[in-house]
Design a binder for this molecule. Structure first.
Ligand code: C6P
Length: 413
């Protein structure tokens, strides 16, 4: 049995994030927009500075010392990320710009070649646009059809009975978000993978809101593909990851062509490089990839299970504090069974107005459709407010959120 990490000490960890000391309008920043982008600890900032000061060079090209150092660090960053999510090795880890680019890579490299009329792609109603729009458009180009697993009316969970009916032998791909960025719903992706595999379909897991927040093991889920972004897990922007099972990545054709992804080129033809470089055409995201590996070190030094428990506590507390007010609608499952975020609306106050008033209190949340417009159509609202938590947030900050919501309510009454 794996040992549980000690509970984390958010107050102590905040020292790694000097940005959290900033003040606006006379109040200290309360940063509750972590599902959009998390803050970057000093350790990761130092890794970036160290790279540019000490060994900035292109990789896999020069035999000079700097290029060798950069190449080794870049390759080892793939190993580190593989270890972080339980992958078999660097061959299964492709660095991309973000989750969106990883989704597009699979859709173009696999979907465009493999899908055709009669094939179905099964998604969920709570997909982020990065998955939904991508498969929708690839389906249009190939003649395949997209189907959507509905959410339940009461707790906004995936309707698994409907999932079992929708996933059939016609299904070629099931693409599902692990934790919804708008609802906080945690989806049973391993169960979805089981059902999909029983019908010979592949599974793409959008793990943008799970890999940063909880232990994720790709082999336990049995995902064929899984994607996430570095900037939501203490890493820099400009780096994301596509995990793919080695066999599938070996069989698939690359989507981008150019340098770095080839082994041998003649005027007539080209042979592809070994994994994962076959999918990383051109000069890759060297510094960003190395800094992402440092972010993995940082998160593991705290313990992903400790981060998960801390976020669960904050989400439950925020859920209780918000639902105790009669005029607040909170979306998604109950407080004790959700990811570390709370999406809500306050009667009579538009989410954008709320966010703007909260900003006056130095409380940063997100308002809008959270790149889930079809989901908001299902919910029957055009926008929602969302507070999302990370390892450095505290219950006191949630109290500041609730006070600011009170102020907004008074202004609009
Ligand atoms: N969500 C938010 O909710 P990128 O932008 O490619 O790094 O991540 C896209 C993405 C994919 N899936 C899920 C579940 C996500 O939450 C996101 C990013 C952000 O605020 C921006 S819309």
């Amino acid at each position: 049995m794996s040992q549980q990490s000690e509970p984390l000490n958010a107050e102590a960890l905040r020292e790694d994030f000097p940005i959290l000391e900033r003040e606006f309008n006379g109040s200290q920043l309360v940063y509750l927009d972590n599902a959009a982008t998390t803050q970057t600890p000093e350790q990761v900032v130092e890794a970036i500075v160290d790279y540019y000061r000490e060994y900035n060079a292109n990789v896999h090209r020069g035999i000079h010392q700097l290029s060798q150092e950069a190449s080794i660090a870049y390759e080892e960053a793939h190993d580190r990320v593989a270890e972080f999510i339980g992958a078999d090795g660097r061959e299964e880890i492709v660095f991309t710009k973000n989750t969106t680019e990883a989704a597009n890579l699979v859709a173009y490299a696999w979907g465009l070649n493999e899908l055709g009329p009669g094939d179905e792609v099964v998604l969920t109603e709570m997909e982020h646009h990065s998955t939904l729009v991508t498969w929708q458009q690839i389906a249009k180009r190939t003649g395949a059809e997209c189907k959507y697993i509905p959410i339940t009316d009461d707790e906004h969970r995936l309707d698994m009975a409907a999932a079992r009916e929708l996933i059939t032998d016609d299904t070629a791909m099931v693409a599902a978000v692990h934790v919804s960025n708008a609802l906080g719903t945690i989806n049973p992706v391993a169960e979805l993978a089981d059902i999909a595999h029983d019908h010979g379909a592949y599974v793409f897991v959008d793990a943008a809101q799970s890999v940063p927040n909880r232990p994720v093991d790709v082999r336990e889920i049995d995902a064929d593909f899984l994607a996430f972004s570095g900037h939501k897990m203490c890493g820099p922007t400009g780096i994301g990851v596509l995990y793919g099972k080695r066999r599938i990545l070996e069989e698939m054709e690359p989507h981008h062509y150019g340098g770095e992804m080839i082994l041998k080129v003649t005027f007539e033809d080209s042979k592809w490089n070994e994994l994962p470089w076959k999918y990383e055409a051109g000069t890759p995201l060297i510094c960003q990839g190395i800094a992402l590996a440092t972010a993995c070190d940082y998160l593991d030094s705290i313990g992903m299970d400790a981060i998960e428990r801390h976020e669960a506590d904050l989400a439950a507390y925020a859920y209780d504090r918000l639902t105790e007010q009669n005029d607040v609608d909170v979306y998604g499952p109950p407080g004790d069974d959700r990811g570390g975020l709370v999406g809500f609306n306050v009667d009579g106050v538009h989410a954008h107005d709320l966010s703007s008033i909260l900003n006056d209190h130095a409380v940063a949340i997100r308002a809008g459709d959270h790149c889930t417009q079809p989901l908001h159509d299902v919910l029957g609202v055009s926008a929602s407010a969302r507070a999302s938590f990370y390892l450095y947030n505290t219950r006191d900050e949630i109290d500041r959120l609730v006070e600011a919501v009170d102020d907004a309510r008074q202004l609009f009454s």
